[in-house]
Design a protein around this ligand. Structure first.
Ligand code: NAP
Length: 283
C-alpha cells in the first residue's frame, strides 16, 4: 500500500479562503477581527512564530498588534499589559508567545488572559469547557489535527484513535477532541509499556512526542491514518517529525509530512479562533 499524503498546506489554504469570506461579512457589520501577539524577550524561534502570525493577520485583513517587551520585564508589568488588552474593545484575541523567561510564571499569565479572548485555548476555563463539551475557543494545534482528519474524509467517529503524548498543549486536548468526535481513545506516554503494540491497534495514530523518527512501520496498522505533530530540528538543520515518514509510507493509509502537515494548520486555527471571538463580541 502507498499512503496518501495529507497536505496541511492546501487544507490550511482552503480554510483561510473560507475565513476570508466570513471576515468580509463581519466587516460589513463594522467589525474587524483584532489580535494582539505579545512577545517577551528575543528568542529567535518565537520571533519567527510571531512574525508568521502577524503575516497571517495581514493576509486575512485582521487588525493586529505585535507587542515586543524586553526579557527583563517583571511579571507584574506583563500582567498590566494583558489587563490593558483585556479591556481594549478592538482586540478579540490575546496571545502571549510561549515560552516565557524563567522569572515569569506561565500559569499566572495564562490565567490573566480574559477567557473570551483566549485564542490559544490554554486558559483553565477554556480547558474545562473543552473537557465538559461546552462551547470554547479550542487549542489551535489539536483543532487543526481534527480538521485534517475531517477534511480528508477520515472522520474519527467509531474509530480507535491512539494518541502518543499527554502534554497540556497537544496530547490531552487532542484526545478530548477525538473523544468528542466519538472516537475510542487510548492515550500513551513515556511510561506506556509495549508502545509499538499499542500504536498498532490504532485506526488513527496521533504522535506528539518530540523524538525524531520514533514511529516506524512496525508500529502502524495497515491502512491507518497517521498524524505527526512532532517538529524536531535535525543536526543538519532540517525539520523532521516524530514519525519515520519514508518508513511508514508503505504501511499507512494516510500520513502527514513534516513540514507541511500539522504545522500550517496551527496559525490557521488561531485565525479561526480570533474570528470566532470577534463574532461573539459583535453579537
Ligand atoms: P511535551 O510537552 O514535551 O510532551 C511530550 C509528550 O511525549 C509527553 O507526554 C511525554 O510523556 C511523551 N513522550 C516523550 N518521550 C516519549 C517516548 N519515548 N515514548 C512515548 N512517549 C514519550 O511536547 P509537546 O508540547 O506536546 O510537543 C510534542 C511535539 O509536537 C514536539 O516535537 C513539538 O515541537 C511539536 N509541536 C508541534 C506543533 C505544531 O504546530 N505542529 C505545536 C505544538 C507542538 P510523559 O508525559 O510521560 O513525559
Amino acid at each position: 500500500m502507498n499512503a496518501q499524503l495529507i497536505n496541511g498546506k492546501s487544507i490550511s489554504d482552503s480554510i483561510r479562503e473560507e475565513l476570508r469570506y466570513e471576515v468580509e461579512l463581519l466587516r460589513q457589520k463594522g467589525v474587524t477581527p483584532g489580535l494582539v501577539v505579545i512577545l517577551v524577550g528575543e528568542d529567535p524561534a518565537s520571533q519567527v512564530y510571531v512574525r508568521n502570525k502577524a503575516k497571517a493577520c495581514e493576509q486575512l485583513g485582521y487588525y493586529s498588534e505585535v507587542i515586543k517587551i524586553p526579557a527583563e520585564t517583571t511579571q507584574d508589568e506583563l500582567l498590566r499589559v494583558i489587563e490593558q488588552y483585556n479591556k481594549q474593545a478592538n482586540i478579540h484575541g490575546i496571545l502571549v508567545q510561549l515560552p516565557l523567561p524563567k522569572h515569569i510564571e506561565e500559569k499566572a499569565i495564562i490565567d490573566a488572559i480574559s477567557v473570551e479572548k483566549d485564542v490559544d485555548g490554554f486558559h483553565p476555563v477554556s480547558v474545562g469547557n473543552l473537557m465538559i463539551g461546552d462551547d470554547a475557543l479550542l487549542p489551535c494545534t489539536p483543532s487543526g489535527v481534527i480538521e485534517l482528519l475531517k477534511r480528508t474524509g477520515n472522520h474519527p467517529s467509531g474509530k480507535h484513535a491512539v494518541v502518543i503524548g499527554r502534554s497540556n498543549i497537544v496530547g490531552k486536548p487532542v484526545s478530548m477532541l477525538l473523544l468528542r468526535e466519538n472516537a475510542t481513545v487510548t492515550i500513551c506516554h513515556s511510561r506506556t509499556p509495549n508502545l509499538p503494540e499499542m500504536a498498532r491497534q490504532a485506526d488513527i495514530l496521533i504522535v506528539a512526542v518530540g523524538v525524531a523518527k520514533l514511529v516506524k512501520k512496525e508500529w502502524i496498522k495497515p491502512g491507518a491514518v497517521v498524524i505527526d505533530v512532532g517538529m524536531n530540528r535535525l543536526p543538519d538543520g532540517k525539520l523532521c517529525g516524530d514519525v519515520d515518514y519514508d518508513d511508514v509510507l508503505e504501511t499507512a493509509g494516510w500520513v502527514t509530512p513534516v513540514p507541511g502537515g500539522v504545522g500550517p494548520m496551527t496559525i490557521t486555527m488561531l485565525m479561526a479562533n480570533t474570528l470566532k471571538s470577534a463574532r461573539r463580541f459583535s453579537q
